[in-house]
Design a protein around this ligand. Structure first.
Ligand SMILES: NC(=O)c1ccc[n+]([C@@H]2O[C@H](COP(=O)([O-])OP(=O)(O)OC[C@H]3O[C@@H](n4cnc5c(N)ncnc54)[C@H](OP(=O)(O)O)[C@@H]3O)[C@@H](O)[C@H]2O)c1
Length: 257
């Protein structure tokens, strides 16, 4: 199976928004969705710093986006080793971004992953795993990014959660709980930041057309699923100046399901 990172995606989004003066911190960029989101940002002219825990995967992401990633002297995309849940590492990354591009405007939190866990068994270990993966990463990465955003009076926080945030699913209690927590935290953040020029929103896919999902669900029709580019388009819209009126929203992107 080809890793999505190795695909040179073509974004469905042309140059719609002007993000040429914007710098983005992206977490979870090495997953299935990450390359499409990074490509969509780069296509709008943004500068992107991907926080990765696996530098080799980060370099593959850069290679997949070579046509837009710039060169070593003037990179549009930089890959920085940093665990999004490690505040000190994220503070260092934010300093590097501000030193390099003079600003930080957007944080896109993509880290996550489906995990099974029983509701009836009270499977706390699994619930904590989903919490650490989904909530701790987004909360910590965002907190580190907020300082320069608030200082400039402009910022965008966009986190990819899941439709499971809105309704619990059989056999995936911890996953649903973590996604629900991310949505509630985002709403609280949006309320706190209303006078700071910073918006905070979540995007809720149900199922994304990824190689893993195609392999796991061979009888399903992937055309009914949201494509990574369809999710990326909403992430980029929420990151734009034009989305200044949208905050505290949880936006389903369920495509044709
Ligand atoms: N795929 C779907 O059908 C679907 C549906 C609904 C919602 N979503 C959500 O959409 C987002 C992107 O999905 P995806 O399909 O791109 O996921 P994915 O392919 O599994 O990629 C997950 C990304 O998160 C990173 N990551 C995972 N656990 C981490 C941790 N504990 N600390 C730091 N980084 C971690 C991975 O890094 P490594 O590369 O280092 O592993 C990778 O970059 C996720 O939040 C997911 O929950 C996906």
């Amino acid at each position: 199976m080809t890793n999505a990172v190795e695909h040179a995606h073509t974004s469905i989004l042309g140059r719609v928004f002007d993000l040429s003066k914007r710098a983005v911190v992206l977490t979870g960029g090495t997953g299935n969705l990450g390359p499409s989101v990074a490509r969509a940002y780069l296509a709008q002219g943004a500068h992107v710093a991907a926080a990765v825990r696996d530098v080799a995967k980060g370099e593959r992401l850069r290679a997949a986006l070579a046509d837009l990633a710039g060169d070593r002297d003037d990179p549009g995309l930089v890959v920085i080793a940093a665990d999004p849940a490690d505040r000190a590492a994220m503070d260092r990354l934010v300093e590097e971004v501000v030193r390099r591009w003079g600003r930080l405007d957007i944080v896109a939190n993509l880290v996550g992953g489906y995990a099974t866990s029983s509701a009836a068994d009270g499977d706390l270990g699994a619930y904590r795993g989903s919490w650490d993966q989904k909530v701790a990463t987004a909360v910590t990465a965002t907190a580190a990014c907020l300082r320069p955003m608030r200082a400039r009076g402009h910022g965008r926080v966009v986190s990819v959660a899941s439709m499971a945030a809105l309704k619990g699913e059989k056999g995936a209690a911890g996953y649903a709980m973590a996604n629900a927590a991310l949505v509630r935290w985002t709403e609280s953040l949006a309320e706190e930041l209303k006078r700071d020029g910073v918006t905070a929103n979540t995007v809720l896919p149900r199922i994304i057309d990824t190689p893993q999902n195609r392999a796991a669900l061979p009888k399903a029709d992937p055309r009914s699923w949201a494509s990574p580019d369809e999710i990326a388009a909403v992430v980029v819209f929420l990151s734009s100046d034009e989305a200044s009126g949208v905050t505290g929203a949880a936006i389903p992107v369920v495509a044709r399901t």
